[in-house]
Design a protein around this ligand. Structure first.
Ligand code: ZN
Length: 291
């Protein structure tokens, strides 16, 4: 999501921290917030539960999660952006990507969200670094962690739940659109547009090897679960950018991204039912270069 937001209307707590839980199956909760547009997941096994993401650190997420399950809760981040990890300090330990530090300025930036992170109970919480192939064993339910090539950001992990045929994609793949401009707030973070787009495609091809009949794709924004065909859509979009057939639109048509200070530099690049937000000057560097 974007930084520097100044929403009008309801109080910030109602938007950032008004959590509404619902079930996908008997042991998998979706906790929605940001007016129903963003999701946190709670996966329950026989011994432990796994909370995927911690929101902005506003409201009472830990209290709510502990009311939903009586299992000991483990916590992990899909990636290190403020709407996913600013609430980490509610817990003593959080599992994060080994590359979390590249995107950390987006969370520590005082303008990133509505909360003083030092006011949370565990501002110096432990970070457990996760690597490709690591298994989080919840008891009768094993979650496999995958490293993600930098595309939406530098610090993403995918979480694969083969027992429930669920694949958690963080912000790397959403319905309709994915954010592909640099939003690390880190002037030293690497950003190479051609590589980012190639990674967006390569990550999708890797996930396509895992999912199949009966699988769910569960992103953190804009509806969940979403059709597996979105993976094909993102592969086709990247190809359409390189061959110059994707459509570049200056109108963003997205309430939150239009509030981002970067908005004047951004465009939406569309192919069929899939699109990305990206800096126009960046996408023009590679648009139509592989006709
Ligand atoms: Zn993000």
């Amino acid at each position: 999501m974007s930084m520097g937001m100044e929403p009008q209307g309801p109080p910030l707590e109602m938007i950032f921290g008004n959590y509404m839980p619902w079930k996908i199956d008997d042991t998998t909760w979706v906790i929605s917030f940001m007016e129903g547009s963003e999701f946190i997941y709670l996966l329950e096994g026989d011994e432990y539960a796994l909370l995927l993401d911690t929101g902005y650190g506003i409201g009472h997420l830990r209290e709510l999660a502990e009311r939903l399950t009586d299992k000991k809760i483990l916590v992990a981040n899909t990636h290190f952006h403020p709407d996913h990890s600013a609430g980490n300090g509610e817990w003593e330990e959080v599992m994060v990507s080994s590359t979390w530090e590249i995107d950390a300025p987006s969370v520590n930036n005082p303008g990133a969200g509505p909360v003083d992170l030092n006011a949370l109970p565990h501002p110096d919480y432990r970070k457990k670094l996760m690597h490709d192939g690591d298994i989080i064993d919840l008891g009768g339910r094993k979650i496999r962690v995958l490293d993600v090539l930098p595309a939406h950001c530098n610090s993403s992990l995918f979480f694969v739940d083969e027992d429930h045929k669920m694949l958690f994609t963080g912000d790397e793949y959403e319905s309709h659109q994915t954010i592909m401009y640099d939003n690390s707030c880190n002037p030293d973070a690497p950003y190479h547009v051609e590589k980012r787009l190639e990674n967006l495609k390569a990550n999708a091809l890797r996930l396509k090897e895992i999912v199949g009949e009966g699988w769910y794709l569960l992103p953190n924004h804009n509806g969940t679960p979403i059709a597996l065909s979105y993976l094909d859509g993102y592969v086709a979009l990247v190809d359409a950018i390189f061959d110059g057939t994707a459509t570049i639109e200056d109108k963003l048509n997205h309430r939150f991204i239009e509030m981002d200070p970067k908005a004047p530099e951004l465009c939406r690049v569309r192919h069929a039912s899939v699109s990305i937000f990206i800096k126009k000057a960046e996408v023009l560097k590679v648009y139509g270069t592989r006709k």
